[in-house]
Design a protein around this ligand. Structure first.
Ligand code: GRF
Length: 194
């Protein structure tokens, strides 16, 4: 499985994917890492591993992922031989040009049990809602925000006295198990590496 990763932040989920590859539990290779934030730590993590890393030029838009930038991103991913694209904390909505380039082959990780709590800061949404349990989800990406077919989920308890930070940390620990597991599952389902 040749992977491309798009992220805007720290890249701890990409690190979990790399760790699973190193441990031999995931038969994959990360060929390219791209970020819309030039200073994102995910780019530094990639460079330190000798993985090609680059910045997506979003033409000065703060939150939009402009069409030209999506086309460029698709071309760069294809040129790198990428088969599956992992969104890992990527904060822009992916639309048609990129979706069409990788039909059914773009994944996202979300810090809640979708369809509950889509959007930003889902762990805060869960605390505010007073639920006893939340979790994380790996799903295929479609044109909606945090919609698309669910591949795997892991439940995470909300504990008495949890702060947004403590709950988020517990969810992230689950994410780091779930993303590699979802890729292994997808690889088997698609006949990759078999
Ligand atoms: C994760 O919590 C993920 O669920 C959300 O963004 C965060 C990214 O974290 N989509 P990281 O950059 O992988 O550390």
């Amino acid at each position: 499985m040749v992977l491309g990763v798009l992220g805007s932040g720290s890249g701890s989920n990409m690190q979990a994917i790399l760790d699973a590859i190193d441990a031999g539990s995931l038969d994959a290779r990360v060929a390219l890492v791209l970020s819309d934030c030039p200073g994102a730590w995910i780019l530094e993590r990639a460079r330190q591993r000798g993985i090609e890393a680059g910045v997506i030029d979003c033409r000065g838009f703060r939150t939009k992922f402009p069409e030209e930038a999506q086309v460029e991103t698709a071309v760069r991913l294809k040129d790198a031989g990428v088969e599956f694209v992992c969104l890992a904390g990527f904060l822009r909505l992916v639309k048609r040009p990129l979706l069409d380039a990788f039909p059914g082959r773009i994944l996202n990780i979300h810090p809640a049990l979708l369809p509950a709590f889509p959007g930003l800061e889902s762990w805060k949404q869960a605390l505010d809602a007073g639920v006893a349990e939340t979790g994380c989800t790996v799903h295929l990406v479609d044109e909606g925000m945090d919609t698309g077919p669910i591949l795997l989920q892991e439940r995470v308890p909300v504990l008495p006295g949890d702060s947004p930070e403590s709950l988020h940390a517990r969810i992230q620990a689950a994410e780091h198990r779930l993303y590699p597991a979802a890729l292994t599952y997808l690889s088997a389902r698609s006949g990759n590496g078999s």
